[in-house]
Design a binder for this molecule. Structure first.
Ligand SMILES: Nc1nc2c(c(=O)[nH]1)N[C@H]1C(S)=C(S)[C@@H](COP(=O)(O)O)O[C@H]1N2
Ligand SMILES: [Mo]
Length: 402
């Protein structure tokens, strides 16, 4: 009934996994990389259960989903979902005992620690949303920022099951009077000898995010794998990937933002050529964005005649109202049709537009409009680390029709 789960608890896989975790070694502030990693394209062993043919392995801790895999399904299977880890995750055994995982709650009237078992008793709901790395689309920045050159596949659309954070906060007497942020702390062990602030994954988001935030134990109906943040993940719908803290061990409603480097100097929209600075805007809410998944130029040329242009579109904090498609690099636009189920405002929609194409070279593009009427931007917002690229021009594709 749950083939993925069966695979996950397979003893052989566990052994492989133990070997895989050993791959993580410290590489300074940049994160964790296998020193001898070359673009081997092989899945690292801790995620050997993933669908290799649907993935692009940039490094053992940065794995991207192929366009074609995103095109095939509305929801992204966990086996196809991208991976981005900053430091080595907690030991695999923590996902064998989901209900025993503990989370400390602070910045509430009655601070206390609760187990996942106790959280499950508070109720649950499903929420479908786009999970997208802040750096998705970084590969299109001409200044070649440091960091993974993701194109479109550092993103997926998945369903989480968990308890609304608001319910937990209410059960703990409500927010502390001075609360302005929701701060989540990842459960990774900090390697000895390192300053925790430089490596810990602790993110703060504005308190308004409490409205739809949740603490999730299931992904697409199964317990979340360790790779994706099991036993428990803090979900901040509409916010970029980094704000969705995996293996969350502490949730605090705080007066100040976290002092962790991942909050203060990283994930900031720093001007080109400048260093990370806490006075620059933090990467939080996602903008309206869309891209084409098919035709995929990586799959070769396209046969003349009717061509279906397919893709996905999402609004970030709202749903999408429509998508337009261009076959002439954005000079003229055609209305596309939204297809498939509407799984709520945080989910993406698939779209399709049939066009007739004769042999030649075409620049195809798409641009979405969200429910509030915001149109996807034409130009990227330049920033040194290469975050938040929603530019429809950058996401255009050149296809050859024969
Ligand atoms: N605890 C913890 N949470 C984390 C991270 C991490 O390294 N540790 N990476 C963040 C980043 S940058 C992204 S894009 C997403 C990736 O989620 P995924 O690997 O499940 O796709 O998790 C976020 N949450
Ligand atoms: Mo990310």
């Amino acid at each position: 009934m749950r083939p993925i789960q069966a695979l996950r608890t397979d003893p052989q896989r566990r052994r492989l996994l133990a070997g895989g975790i050993g791959l993580f070694t410290v590489a300074g502030l940049g994160g964790f990389m296998h020193p001898a990693w070359s673009q081997g394209k092989k899945l690292p062993q801790y995620v050997a259960w993933k669908n290799e043919e649907n993935l692009i392995v940039h490094s053992p801790t940065t794995i991207e989903t192929r366009r074609t895999a995103l095109a095939n399904n509305l929801l992204t299977a966990e086996r196809d979902l991208y991976i981005r880890n900053n430091i080595a995750p907690p030991p695999e055994r923590v996902v064998a005992e989901v209900d025993a995982w503990q989370v400390a709650f602070d910045g509430v009237q009655s601070p206390r620690t609760l187990t996942v078992g106790e959280l499950k008793a508070m109720g649950s709901r499903d929420l479908t949303m786009v999970l997208q790395c802040s750096g998705n689309g970084r590969g299109y920045f001409p200044h070649k920022p440091s960091g993974t050159p993701w194109q479109v596949g550092a993103a997926g659309c998945v369903t989480w099951t968990g308890v609304p954070l608001k319910t937990v906060v209410t059960n703990l007497g409500g927010a502390a009077a001075n609360a302005r942020f929701v701060t989540g702390t990842g459960g990774e062990e900090i390697p000895p000898g390192l300053d925790p602030k430089t490596v810990m994954v602790e993110r703060s988001v504005p308190l308004s995010a409490l409205e739809d935030a949740m603490l999730a134990w299931n992904l697409n109906g199964n317990p979340i794998s360790l790779a994706h943040g099991g036993p428990l993940r803090l979900i901040i719908p509409g916010y970029t990937g980094v704000n969705n803290v995996k293996y969350v061990k502490r949730v605090a409603l705080t007066a100040q933002e976290s002092e962790a480097g991942i909050q203060t100097t990283r994930y900031r929209l720093d001007p080109l050529g400048s260093k990370g600075n806490r006075n620059n805007p933090s990467v939080w809410e996602m903008d309206v964005k869309s891209w084409i998944n098919r035709p995929d130029p990586a799959s070769g040329s396209v046969a003349q005649g009717q061509v279906l242009i397919e893709g996905v579109a999402f609004g970030g904090m709202t749903g999408v109202r429509g998508v337009e498609v261009s076959t002439d690099g954005g000079k003229t636009w055609l209305e596309a049709q939204l297809i498939g189920e509407d799984l709520g405002r945080y989910a993406w929609r698939q779209f399709v537009r049939p066009v007739r194409l004769t042999p030649g070279t075409y620049t195809i593009a798409c641009r979405a409009t969200d429910d509030k009427g915001n149109v996807q931007v034409e130009q990227r917002r330049e920033n040194e680390p290469g975050y938040s690229n929603s530019s429809w021009r950058d996401h255009g594709l050149t296809i050859t029709v024969v």
